[in-house]
Design a protein around this ligand. Sequence first.
Ligand code: RB5
Length: 149
Amino acid sequence: MSGKSTTIFIGSDHAGFALKTAIVADLQAKGLTVEDMGTHSLESCDYPEAAHKVCEAVLANDARGILICGTGIGMSIAANRHKGIRAATCTHEFHVRATRAHNNANVLCLGERVTAAGLAMDLVKLFMETPYEGGRHARRVALIEKPFE
Ligand code: RB5
């Protein structure tokens, strides 16, 4: 796994809480260190709050993050406001392989209302295991951060 920290930072809103709970248990059972940044119940809450907390931790620790809401889309929109965060909503193994290898994605976004738990756990495993290819992709990833004129 690239990045300096092996801690995985994870967060959700209420619509992603059940899937987050299942993923945290799965990662811990595999011996990985997970920091659960909330939410901690099914009570309705606002997805950008978890997105911002997880992204700050990912950036501060040069780590990877996982964000889960109903669709995965709100989380990715909020997460991608952070300079240095490359968050991708994925529903398929090919999404995950490509966004790790080509985009060096550091945050995986999932939708509990879209992706079943078994597939979601496979996507998380792939996200943690797939290396960034660099090479021609490095120029493109650098251009993402280029300021607009
Ligand atoms: C919550 O109802 C839902 O809007 C949220 O979880 C997320 O899917 C937003 O993108």
